[in-house]
Structure formats: structure tokens, C-alpha cells
Design a binder for this molecule. Structure first.
Ligand code: AMP
Ligand code: MG
Length: 340
């Protein structure tokens, strides 16, 4: 790499993944390394996940720098996901970022994790101003840019879409396996199902509710009348139709010309199919973030950090405390106005 190119190192640690990404100021991802905490049993235990992140941080950092073929002295700015997320996990990433920035004498930028998912989706698909469905283990929202920020047009009132699939998967006896998220295991089973089991479908205005759906799906399975494959199929059909319905209404309202699917659940082929259909019906282009950048990753934080830093945003250390419930619509995104 030419030594004069400016580069940003980004740290992601909002939940189960500890990721370090390196991005140039002109949008090339030079490295994207992560290590995930996989609980033996059950869901994410925040303190256990944070302990994992602290244990792997130096290794992941070293791997990312070596992949990018850079030394710490070549970096221009350090960014980290400041929220939203799980407190102990966020604090571990923030501590690493503060230490690096102060040791290297570099500016620090705290970025919003949801902005990261939207921006890496745009960077990797060349979308410019999309309606975005962001669905992951911890977040579910339909957003679009308007008046300086990514506005939320619809969201979950309780649990996230990925969490809905994960909780059902665990209750159904599926096991946590590295490289095979529970959502992906549910997807494989759903492909073998086809009978639509009656389950709740809850859309309230522009918002959705998924917790009753999980409970009903678990009960339907435990009754023993339906196969696991059919319940997985029906769970997906109901949950994905809900987010698709809300996305379609937001698309009709905003008249955006692009639909972007991002976040860990974006890897799901059936969800991609449903969103592709509504995009086509509204003459919008449908785009899906590539799998490597769908799930939580450091590159998305590095790239969102580049955008923020080059538009005048920095975070003094005394303001770098983590924000567990930092909504995407609280964040100014001045680079969008400049690009439209
Ligand atoms: P993230 O929170 O962005 O790291 O994404 C993790 C979430 O994505 C978890 O809830 C996973 O179960 C879910 N996920 C990953 N792959 C798939 C898939 N193919 N289908 C559905 N959900 C998935
Ligand atoms: Mg994750």
C-alpha cells in the first residue's frame, strides 16, 4: 500500500463478535478479522462474552494489521462501536480503542453500530440512498435517510428477528455451533418444510412484535402435531412477511430507488427473496450486503469511522463512554447530504 494513503482501524464488540477492520479513507477494506464468542449452552452471557473479547483482542488486532500489511504507526484514526449493545462487551472494545488512540496519539471516533451496518451495506453494494432493512441478533429496523439522519420507519417492539430465530432454535434443541448460526440452521430446516402452521402475525402500525410468535412456534412444536421442518418454515414465513410488509409500506412512502438488506439475518435466502419481490414491484433496485459483511464486523466500524471523521466528527476520551441504547436516529450523518 502506498504509505500516504490514510487508514482507519475500527473495533466492533457490541455483542458476541470481537472484530477489527481496517479501511482506507477512499473505501477499500484492507482487513476484516473477527473472533466470535460461542456459548457452550444458551444465549450470550454479556460478561462471558466480554471476557472472551478481552482474551482475543491482541490476537485479532495483530491479525488485522498483518492482513492489511500495516504497522500501528501507519494508522490515522481509531474508531469503535460506541453503542447500542451489551454493556460489558461495549466497554471492552471501547477500552482497547482508547488505549490504542492515546498510545499512538491518534484521534478517536465512537460510531453507532447501526450506522456501521447501513454504511458497509452501501459501500459493498454501491447503493447511494437506500431504504434499509437492518436485521440482526439484536436489532430489527426499517430505516431511510431524511433530513440529516437515518430515520426509523418501523422497528420491533420486543425482540430482534435474529434473536427470534435463535431463541426458537435453542428451544427446539438445536446446538450453538461455530460458523453455523442458529438462524442459518433454522433456514436449512425450513427448506425441507412446506406446511403453513397457524402462528401469530403481529404488525402494529409500522412496528412488529415477534416474542409471541416464538412462544407460539415453540408450543406448536411441543404439541407434537407438526414437524420441526414445518414449524421452522412457518416461523420464517410469518416473521419475514412482517418485516417485508413494513418495509414495503416505508418504500411506498419514501419512494427510495434502492432497497438494501443488511445485518446477520441478511444471509437468509428466503428473506432475500421476499424483499426482492417488493423492491421489484416498486421499481427499486434490490441489494444485499455480502455475507462477510452481513454479521457484526470491524470493517463496518472502520468505514463508518472514516465517514464520520472526514466530516468533522471526533470523540474526546471524556465523551467516549458507551451508549447501550444509542438509537440510529440520534446520529447526524452529514456525509449523506454531501453525497445526494
Ligand atoms: P449479527 O447480530 O449481525 O452478528 O447477526 C447474528 C444473527 O444473524 C443471529 O441471530 C443469527 O442467527 C442470524 N443469522 C445468521 N445467518 C442466518 C441465516 N442464514 N438465516 C437467518 N438468520 C441468520
Ligand atoms: Mg453478532
Amino acid at each position: 500500500m502506498a504509505p500516504h494513503r490514510q487508514v482507519c482501524l475500527g473495533i466492533e464488540s457490541t455483542a458476541d463478535d470481537f472484530g477489527v477492520g481496517v479501511a482506507t479513507f477512499d473505501g477499500e477494506v484492507l482487513a476484516n478479522v473477527s473472533d466470535s464468542y460461542v456459548p457452550e449452552e444458551g444465549g450470550i452471557h454479556p460478561r462471558e462474552a466480554a471476557r472472551h473479547h478481552a482474551e482475543v483482542a491482541d490476537k485479532v488486532l495483530a491479525q488485522a494489521l498483518s492482513k492489511a500489511n500495516l504497522k500501528p504507526a501507519n494508522l490515522s484514526v481509531i474508531t469503535f462501536a460506541q453503542g447500542p449493545g451489551l454493556g460489558p462487551c461495549l466497554r471492552t472494545g471501547a477500552t482497547v480503542a482508547r488505549a490504542l488512540a492515546s498510545y499512538l496519539g491518534l484521534p478517536l471516533v465512537g460510531v453507532n453500530h447501526s450506522v456501521g451496518h447501513i454504511e458497509i451495506g452501501k459501500l459493498k453494494t454501491a447503493a447511494s440512498d437506500p431504504l434499509t432493512l437492518y436485521v440482526s441478533g439484536g436489532n430489527t429496523m426499517v430505516t431511510a435517510y431524511a433530513a440529516g439522519r437515518y430515520r426509523v420507519f418501523g422497528e420491533t417492539l420486543d425482540i430482534a428477528l435474529g434473536n427470534c430465530l435463535d431463541v426458537f432454535g435453542r428451544e427446539a434443541g438445536l446446538k450453538n455451533r461455530r460458523g453455523q448460526p442458529l438462524g442459518a440452521q433454522v433456514e436449512q430446516l425450513a427448506k425441507k418444510g412446506g406446511l403453513l402452521v397457524p402462528l401469530p402475525y403481529v404488525v402494529k402500525g409500522m412496528d412488529i412484535s415477534l416474542s409471541g410468535l416464538v412462544t407460539a412456534a415453540v408450543s406448536a412444536l411441543n404439541e407434537g402435531k407438526f414437524s420441526l421442518e414445518d414449524v421452522c418454515f412457518s416461523l420464517q414465513e410469518n416473521a419475514f412477511s412482517m418485516v417485508t410488509e413494513v418495509s414495503e409500506r416505508a418504500l411506498a412512502h419514501t419512494e427510495k430507488r434502492e432497497v438494501l438488506l443488511t445485518g446477520g439475518v441478511a444471509a437468509n435466502k428466503r428473506l432475500q427473496e421476499m424483499l426482492g419481490i417488493i423492491a421489484a414491484e416498486h421499481d427499486a433496485q434490490f441489494m444485499v450486503v455480502p455475507k462477510e459483511f452481513a454479521t457484526d464486523n470491524g470493517a463496518m466500524i472502520a468505514w463508518a469511522g472514516v465517514l464520520a471523521f472526514t466530516h468533522g466528527q471526533t470523540t474526546p476520551v471524556e465523551e467516549s463512554f458507551v451508549k447501550l441504547r444509542w438509537r440510529v436516529d440520534k446520529v447526524d450523518v452529514p456525509w449523506m447530504e454531501a453525497n445526494l
